[in-house]
Write a protein that binds this ligand. Structure first.
Ligand code: KG4
Ligand code: ZN
Length: 335
Protein backbone atom coordinates (compact mmCIF):
# COMPACT_ATOMS: atom_id res chain seq x y z
CA UNK A 1 0.00 0.00 0.00
CA UNK A 2 1.34 3.48 -0.82
CA UNK A 3 1.96 5.92 2.02
CA UNK A 4 -0.06 9.09 1.44
CA UNK A 5 0.72 12.20 3.51
CA UNK A 6 -1.02 15.58 3.53
CA UNK A 7 1.34 18.45 4.41
CA UNK A 8 0.14 21.84 5.66
CA UNK A 9 2.27 24.99 5.96
CA UNK A 10 1.04 28.21 7.57
CA UNK A 11 3.99 29.58 9.54
CA UNK A 12 4.14 33.03 7.96
CA UNK A 13 2.29 34.53 5.02
CA UNK A 14 1.72 31.57 2.70
CA UNK A 15 -1.13 29.14 3.20
CA UNK A 16 0.01 25.93 1.57
CA UNK A 17 -0.98 22.28 1.26
CA UNK A 18 0.60 19.36 -0.54
CA UNK A 19 0.02 15.65 -1.00
CA UNK A 20 3.01 13.32 -1.07
CA UNK A 21 2.72 9.65 -2.09
CA UNK A 22 5.69 7.43 -1.26
CA UNK A 23 7.94 10.49 -1.11
CA UNK A 24 6.78 11.87 -4.50
CA UNK A 25 4.90 15.17 -4.58
CA UNK A 26 1.53 14.95 -6.35
CA UNK A 27 0.27 18.45 -5.54
CA UNK A 28 1.77 21.64 -4.13
CA UNK A 29 -0.79 24.43 -3.67
CA UNK A 30 0.22 27.86 -2.33
CA UNK A 31 -1.99 30.86 -1.59
CA UNK A 32 0.33 33.84 -1.12
CA UNK A 33 -1.04 36.72 0.93
CA UNK A 34 -0.77 40.04 -0.88
CA UNK A 35 -2.44 42.05 1.89
CA UNK A 36 0.96 42.70 3.55
CA UNK A 37 2.55 44.49 0.60
CA UNK A 38 1.10 47.87 1.53
CA UNK A 39 2.65 47.62 5.02
CA UNK A 40 6.20 46.76 3.95
CA UNK A 41 6.25 43.55 6.01
CA UNK A 42 4.04 40.77 7.30
CA UNK A 43 1.31 41.92 9.72
CA UNK A 44 0.72 38.93 12.04
CA UNK A 45 -2.97 39.58 12.71
CA UNK A 46 -3.74 39.94 9.00
CA UNK A 47 -1.74 36.80 8.25
CA UNK A 48 -3.82 34.71 10.69
CA UNK A 49 -7.05 36.02 9.20
CA UNK A 50 -5.93 35.26 5.67
CA UNK A 51 -4.89 31.72 6.70
CA UNK A 52 -8.40 31.24 8.13
CA UNK A 53 -9.89 32.19 4.79
CA UNK A 54 -7.47 30.13 2.71
CA UNK A 55 -6.87 26.94 4.64
CA UNK A 56 -9.97 24.95 3.64
CA UNK A 57 -9.89 25.75 -0.10
CA UNK A 58 -6.11 25.25 -0.27
CA UNK A 59 -6.23 21.81 1.38
CA UNK A 60 -9.24 20.85 -0.71
CA UNK A 61 -7.41 21.84 -3.90
CA UNK A 62 -4.27 19.93 -2.88
CA UNK A 63 -6.24 16.74 -2.33
CA UNK A 64 -8.23 17.12 -5.56
CA UNK A 65 -5.15 17.93 -7.65
CA UNK A 66 -3.36 14.87 -6.29
CA UNK A 67 -6.36 12.78 -7.28
CA UNK A 68 -6.39 10.91 -3.97
CA UNK A 69 -9.36 10.06 -1.78
CA UNK A 70 -9.19 12.00 1.48
CA UNK A 71 -9.97 8.77 3.32
CA UNK A 72 -6.84 7.19 1.86
CA UNK A 73 -4.55 9.65 3.71
CA UNK A 74 -2.19 7.92 6.15
CA UNK A 75 -1.13 10.95 8.19
CA UNK A 76 -1.26 14.73 8.32
CA UNK A 77 1.92 16.73 8.76
CA UNK A 78 1.82 20.41 9.66
CA UNK A 79 4.33 23.11 10.58
CA UNK A 80 4.47 23.58 14.36
CA UNK A 81 7.53 25.89 14.67
CA UNK A 82 9.02 28.37 14.19
CA UNK A 83 6.70 31.09 12.94
CA UNK A 84 3.96 33.53 13.85
CA UNK A 85 1.86 31.94 16.57
CA UNK A 86 -1.50 32.98 15.15
CA UNK A 87 -0.50 31.67 11.73
CA UNK A 88 0.87 28.38 13.07
CA UNK A 89 -2.31 27.84 15.09
CA UNK A 90 -4.52 27.95 12.00
CA UNK A 91 -2.61 25.23 10.10
CA UNK A 92 -1.97 23.06 13.14
CA UNK A 93 -5.55 23.20 14.43
CA UNK A 94 -6.88 22.42 10.99
CA UNK A 95 -4.44 19.51 10.63
CA UNK A 96 -5.27 18.11 14.06
CA UNK A 97 -9.02 18.37 13.47
CA UNK A 98 -8.75 16.62 10.13
CA UNK A 99 -6.52 13.96 11.69
CA UNK A 100 -9.11 13.41 14.42
CA UNK A 101 -11.96 13.26 11.92
CA UNK A 102 -10.12 10.76 9.71
CA UNK A 103 -8.68 8.87 12.69
CA UNK A 104 -5.11 9.11 11.38
CA UNK A 105 -1.90 10.28 13.10
CA UNK A 106 -0.52 13.80 12.98
CA UNK A 107 3.12 14.82 12.61
CA UNK A 108 4.36 18.22 13.86
CA UNK A 109 7.16 19.46 11.61
CA UNK A 110 9.92 22.01 12.25
CA UNK A 111 9.81 24.49 9.37
CA UNK A 112 13.60 24.87 9.07
CA UNK A 113 14.18 21.11 9.07
CA UNK A 114 11.57 20.85 6.34
CA UNK A 115 13.43 23.46 4.25
CA UNK A 116 16.53 21.23 4.49
CA UNK A 117 14.66 18.02 3.70
CA UNK A 118 13.02 19.65 0.65
CA UNK A 119 16.24 18.49 -1.02
CA UNK A 120 15.05 14.88 -0.68
CA UNK A 121 12.21 15.61 -3.12
CA UNK A 122 14.76 15.85 -5.92
CA UNK A 123 15.97 13.00 -8.04
CA UNK A 124 18.85 12.38 -7.59
CA UNK A 125 18.70 13.37 -3.93
CA UNK A 126 21.70 14.02 -1.66
CA UNK A 127 22.95 11.12 0.43
CA UNK A 128 23.61 11.32 4.16
CA UNK A 129 25.80 12.78 5.50
CA UNK A 130 25.26 16.06 3.64
CA UNK A 131 25.52 19.75 4.42
CA UNK A 132 22.75 22.22 3.78
CA UNK A 133 23.00 26.00 3.62
CA UNK A 134 19.51 27.10 4.69
CA UNK A 135 18.84 30.71 3.84
CA UNK A 136 15.45 32.29 4.43
CA UNK A 137 13.83 35.48 5.64
CA UNK A 138 14.34 34.57 9.28
CA UNK A 139 17.30 32.17 9.27
CA UNK A 140 20.75 31.55 7.88
CA UNK A 141 22.19 28.23 8.92
CA UNK A 142 24.67 25.60 7.88
CA UNK A 143 23.07 22.31 8.81
CA UNK A 144 24.96 19.05 9.19
CA UNK A 145 22.53 16.31 8.10
CA UNK A 146 23.61 12.88 9.32
CA UNK A 147 20.22 11.17 9.01
CA UNK A 148 16.55 12.13 8.74
CA UNK A 149 16.34 12.73 12.47
CA UNK A 150 19.88 13.85 13.10
CA UNK A 151 20.19 17.38 11.78
CA UNK A 152 22.37 19.87 13.63
CA UNK A 153 23.14 23.53 13.10
CA UNK A 154 26.92 24.06 12.86
CA UNK A 155 26.86 27.71 11.79
CA UNK A 156 24.28 30.47 11.86
CA UNK A 157 23.81 34.19 11.64
CA UNK A 158 24.59 36.28 14.68
CA UNK A 159 22.33 39.15 13.51
CA UNK A 160 20.29 39.48 10.31
CA UNK A 161 19.32 36.51 8.16
CA UNK A 162 20.41 36.46 4.49
CA UNK A 163 16.81 37.08 3.36
CA UNK A 164 16.63 40.05 5.73
CA UNK A 165 19.89 41.34 4.29
CA UNK A 166 18.32 41.21 0.82
CA UNK A 167 15.02 42.73 1.99
CA UNK A 168 16.59 45.49 4.10
CA UNK A 169 19.03 46.40 1.32
CA UNK A 170 16.09 46.53 -1.09
CA UNK A 171 14.23 48.81 1.28
CA UNK A 172 17.20 51.19 1.41
CA UNK A 173 17.09 51.23 -2.40
CA UNK A 174 13.38 52.10 -2.27
CA UNK A 175 12.21 48.73 -3.59
CA UNK A 176 8.96 47.24 -2.24
CA UNK A 177 8.78 44.31 0.23
CA UNK A 178 9.89 41.56 -0.09
CA UNK A 179 12.80 43.02 -1.99
CA UNK A 180 14.98 39.90 -2.31
CA UNK A 181 13.47 38.75 -5.61
CA UNK A 182 13.65 42.35 -6.95
CA UNK A 183 17.36 42.68 -6.16
CA UNK A 184 17.80 39.38 -8.01
CA UNK A 185 15.84 40.72 -10.98
CA UNK A 186 17.71 44.06 -11.23
CA UNK A 187 21.07 42.36 -10.60
CA UNK A 188 20.72 40.36 -13.82
CA UNK A 189 21.59 43.40 -15.93
CA UNK A 190 24.26 44.73 -13.59
CA UNK A 191 28.00 44.57 -12.99
CA UNK A 192 28.66 42.76 -9.68
CA UNK A 193 32.24 44.08 -9.47
CA UNK A 194 31.27 47.76 -9.82
CA UNK A 195 30.88 48.48 -6.08
CA UNK A 196 32.62 46.66 -3.27
CA UNK A 197 30.79 46.23 0.03
CA UNK A 198 32.69 45.07 3.11
CA UNK A 199 32.92 41.48 4.21
CA UNK A 200 32.54 40.65 7.93
CA UNK A 201 35.53 38.97 9.55
CA UNK A 202 34.12 36.20 11.74
CA UNK A 203 36.42 33.24 12.31
CA UNK A 204 33.76 30.58 13.06
CA UNK A 205 31.12 29.15 10.71
CA UNK A 206 28.74 31.93 11.80
CA UNK A 207 27.48 34.75 9.57
CA UNK A 208 26.85 38.45 10.05
CA UNK A 209 24.92 40.77 7.72
CA UNK A 210 24.19 43.84 9.82
CA UNK A 211 27.40 45.62 8.76
CA UNK A 212 26.50 45.24 5.11
CA UNK A 213 23.18 47.00 5.64
CA UNK A 214 24.89 49.93 7.38
CA UNK A 215 27.55 50.22 4.70
CA UNK A 216 24.89 50.32 1.95
CA UNK A 217 23.04 53.04 3.84
CA UNK A 218 26.13 55.29 4.10
CA UNK A 219 27.33 54.47 0.60
CA UNK A 220 24.00 55.53 -0.87
CA UNK A 221 23.73 58.63 1.28
CA UNK A 222 27.17 59.82 0.12
CA UNK A 223 26.59 58.98 -3.55
CA UNK A 224 23.19 60.66 -3.59
CA UNK A 225 24.71 63.81 -2.11
CA UNK A 226 27.11 63.88 -5.05
CA UNK A 227 24.53 62.93 -7.67
CA UNK A 228 20.78 62.85 -6.87
CA UNK A 229 20.23 60.62 -9.92
CA UNK A 230 22.80 58.06 -8.73
CA UNK A 231 20.32 55.41 -7.61
CA UNK A 232 18.20 55.63 -10.72
CA UNK A 233 21.11 55.39 -13.13
CA UNK A 234 23.05 52.71 -11.24
CA UNK A 235 20.36 50.45 -9.81
CA UNK A 236 21.40 47.32 -11.70
CA UNK A 237 25.08 47.63 -10.70
CA UNK A 238 24.17 48.37 -7.06
CA UNK A 239 21.85 45.35 -6.90
CA UNK A 240 24.42 43.10 -8.58
CA UNK A 241 27.14 44.25 -6.17
CA UNK A 242 24.96 43.74 -3.08
CA UNK A 243 23.94 40.30 -4.30
CA UNK A 244 27.57 39.42 -5.05
CA UNK A 245 28.59 40.28 -1.49
CA UNK A 246 25.72 38.40 0.21
CA UNK A 247 26.43 35.33 -1.94
CA UNK A 248 30.18 35.47 -1.29
CA UNK A 249 29.61 35.70 2.49
CA UNK A 250 27.34 32.64 2.34
CA UNK A 251 29.53 30.48 0.11
CA UNK A 252 32.78 31.26 1.90
CA UNK A 253 31.35 29.73 5.09
CA UNK A 254 29.83 26.80 3.27
CA UNK A 255 33.22 26.01 1.72
CA UNK A 256 34.81 26.22 5.14
CA UNK A 257 32.19 23.85 6.60
CA UNK A 258 32.75 21.38 3.75
CA UNK A 259 36.50 21.50 4.41
CA UNK A 260 36.07 20.93 8.13
CA UNK A 261 33.60 18.04 7.79
CA UNK A 262 35.03 16.60 4.54
CA UNK A 263 31.46 16.23 3.30
CA UNK A 264 31.00 16.38 -0.47
CA UNK A 265 27.20 16.29 -0.89
CA UNK A 266 26.06 19.90 -0.48
CA UNK A 267 22.61 21.48 -0.69
CA UNK A 268 20.99 24.86 -0.43
CA UNK A 269 17.47 25.49 0.82
CA UNK A 270 15.04 28.21 1.89
CA UNK A 271 13.64 31.27 0.15
CA UNK A 272 17.03 32.82 -0.68
CA UNK A 273 18.07 29.62 -2.49
CA UNK A 274 15.72 30.88 -5.22
CA UNK A 275 18.31 33.63 -5.86
CA UNK A 276 19.84 33.19 -9.31
CA UNK A 277 23.25 34.56 -8.25
CA UNK A 278 23.47 32.11 -5.36
CA UNK A 279 22.33 29.17 -7.49
CA UNK A 280 24.94 29.88 -10.18
CA UNK A 281 27.80 30.61 -7.78
CA UNK A 282 26.98 27.52 -5.66
CA UNK A 283 26.98 25.27 -8.73
CA UNK A 284 30.27 26.80 -9.95
CA UNK A 285 31.89 26.38 -6.55
CA UNK A 286 30.69 22.77 -6.48
CA UNK A 287 32.45 22.07 -9.79
CA UNK A 288 35.69 23.62 -8.54
CA UNK A 289 35.59 21.83 -5.19
CA UNK A 290 34.45 18.44 -6.48
CA UNK A 291 31.15 18.51 -4.59
CA UNK A 292 27.86 17.01 -5.67
CA UNK A 293 25.52 20.02 -5.46
CA UNK A 294 21.75 19.91 -4.99
CA UNK A 295 19.26 22.75 -5.31
CA UNK A 296 15.52 22.25 -4.82
CA UNK A 297 13.36 23.39 -7.73
CA UNK A 298 12.03 26.95 -7.26
CA UNK A 299 8.64 25.91 -5.92
CA UNK A 300 10.31 23.96 -3.08
CA UNK A 301 12.73 26.78 -2.13
CA UNK A 302 10.32 29.42 -0.84
CA UNK A 303 7.72 28.50 1.76
CA UNK A 304 5.68 25.53 0.59
CA UNK A 305 3.88 22.51 1.97
CA UNK A 306 5.62 19.90 -0.18
CA UNK A 307 8.63 20.14 2.15
CA UNK A 308 6.29 19.58 5.12
CA UNK A 309 4.64 16.60 3.42
CA UNK A 310 7.95 14.96 2.50
CA UNK A 311 9.34 15.46 6.02
CA UNK A 312 6.09 13.91 7.29
CA UNK A 313 6.59 10.98 4.94
CA UNK A 314 10.05 10.13 6.34
CA UNK A 315 8.83 10.59 9.91
CA UNK A 316 5.87 8.31 9.12
CA UNK A 317 8.25 5.59 7.91
CA UNK A 318 9.97 5.78 11.30
CA UNK A 319 6.63 5.68 13.15
CA UNK A 320 7.29 9.11 14.67
CA UNK A 321 3.92 10.66 15.39
CA UNK A 322 2.72 13.46 17.66
CA UNK A 323 -0.12 13.73 20.13
CA UNK A 324 -3.16 15.82 19.26
CA UNK A 325 -2.21 18.24 22.04
CA UNK A 326 1.21 19.01 20.47
CA UNK A 327 2.03 22.71 20.85
CA UNK A 328 3.08 25.30 18.32
CA UNK A 329 6.04 27.53 19.04
CA UNK A 330 7.35 30.80 17.67
CA UNK A 331 10.85 29.79 18.67
CA UNK A 332 13.37 28.26 16.35
CA UNK A 333 15.04 25.77 18.71
CA UNK A 334 15.38 22.34 17.13
CA UNK A 335 13.66 19.54 18.98
O1 KG4 B 1 11.94 30.60 3.12
P1 KG4 B 1 11.13 31.80 2.85
O2 KG4 B 1 10.12 31.74 1.72
O3 KG4 B 1 10.35 32.27 4.11
C1 KG4 B 1 10.91 32.22 5.38
O4 KG4 B 1 10.81 31.13 6.02
O5 KG4 B 1 11.51 33.25 5.76
O6 KG4 B 1 12.16 32.99 2.57
C2 KG4 B 1 11.73 34.30 2.30
C3 KG4 B 1 12.96 35.15 2.01
C4 KG4 B 1 12.64 36.64 1.85
O7 KG4 B 1 13.58 37.37 2.60
C5 KG4 B 1 12.81 36.89 0.35
O8 KG4 B 1 13.19 38.19 0.04
C6 KG4 B 1 13.89 35.89 0.03
O9 KG4 B 1 13.56 34.74 0.76
N1 KG4 B 1 13.94 35.57 -1.40
C7 KG4 B 1 14.95 35.94 -2.22
C8 KG4 B 1 14.61 35.48 -3.51
N2 KG4 B 1 13.40 34.84 -3.45
C9 KG4 B 1 13.00 34.90 -2.14
N3 KG4 B 1 16.07 36.60 -1.96
C10 KG4 B 1 16.91 36.83 -2.98
N4 KG4 B 1 16.66 36.43 -4.25
C11 KG4 B 1 15.54 35.76 -4.56
N5 KG4 B 1 15.30 35.36 -5.81
ZN1 ZN C 1 10.67 29.31 5.22
Amino acid sequence: MPVIILGIESSCDETAASVCVDGKILSNIIASQTVHEQYGGVVPELASRAHMQNIVPVVDQAIRKAGVDMHALNAIAFTSAPGLIGSLLVGSQFGKSLGLALNIPVIAVHHMQAHVLANLIGDPAPEFPFLCLTVSGGHTQIVLCESIDNLSVIGETIDDAAGEAFDKSAKILGLPYPGGPLIDKHARGGNPKRFSFPEPQIPSLDFSFSGLKTSILYFLRDELQRDPEFLKTNLADICASIQERIVSILLKKLKKAAGQTRITDLCIAGGVSANSGLRTAFTEMGKQEGWRTFIPSFEYCTDNAAMIAVTGYYRFLKGEFDQLNVKVSARAEWK
